[in-house]
Design a protein. Structure first.
Length: 202
């Protein structure tokens, strides 16, 4: 049975983004990548309900024995929140650990570059995002770039927020990942997290 890989896109992106194909290519055979979608203009709680419903729908047809959630940027934040709620391993890539800070500069008119949808991001939506808390030792790997041009000082933020509770891999990529296969031990960490096996420093 293939490993189920849920992928959560970033802000102003969508389930049909080219990143889904890049993740699929990097993993190869034996993995079934399922893109999840949320509305960047909706509040946190509305999006979480929608994302959970999408996962539950997949679970009707596929046993979620070997499963992992991968997310990039704001999608990494959602991947983490889903992981904590469902006790599913997680891969976060250049995560928006503090979404209120990251999203504040986008308050106002926006365009989703995948769907073309135009919308207004409200301050109340940004305020709806709770602080990220890593409450349980679910298998989690974080790829975070020291050269991220969109989220500055993210290595320090990840280390301060998540500390030794997760496996942190520091990279030198830009915010957007062009080749997931070049991320150190990417497939290995996906496999570890899909089995909920973690590498921790105690």
């Amino acid at each position: 049975m293939d490993t189920i890989v849920f992928y959560v896109h970033g802000f102003n992106s969508g389930a049909k983004s080219s990143t889904v194909a890049r993740v699929t290519e990097a993993l190869g055979d034996g993995y079934h990548v399922v893109p999840l979608h949320y509305n960047s203009g909706d509040d946190y709680y509305t999006n979480m309900i929608d994302l959970l419903a999408q996962i539950n729908h997949v679970a009707i047809d596929y046993p979620l024995d070997n499963v992992v959630i991968i997310g990039t940027s704001l999608g990494a934040y959602y991947a983490h929140q889903l992981s904590q709620k469902l006790a599913i391993g997680c891969i976060m890539i250049n995560p928006a650990i503090k979404p209120k800070d990251v999203l504040a500069k986008f308050i106002g008119d926006n365009t989703n570059y995948v769907t073309g949808e135009k919308y207004r991001l409200l301050a109340s939506v940004v305020d709806s995002y709770p602080e990220m808390l890593h409450l349980s030792r679910i298998a989690t790997t974080v790829y975070v770039s020291k050269n991220d041009e969109l989220i500055t000082d993210n290595v320090q933020t990840v280390e301060k927020t998540l500390g030794n509770a997760v496996n942190i891999v520091v990279t030198d990529t830009k915010h957007r990942i062009d080749d997931f296969a070049k991320l150190e031990d990417f497939k290995h960490n996906v496999n570890m997290c899909s089995l909920n096996l973690a590498i921790f420093e105690d």
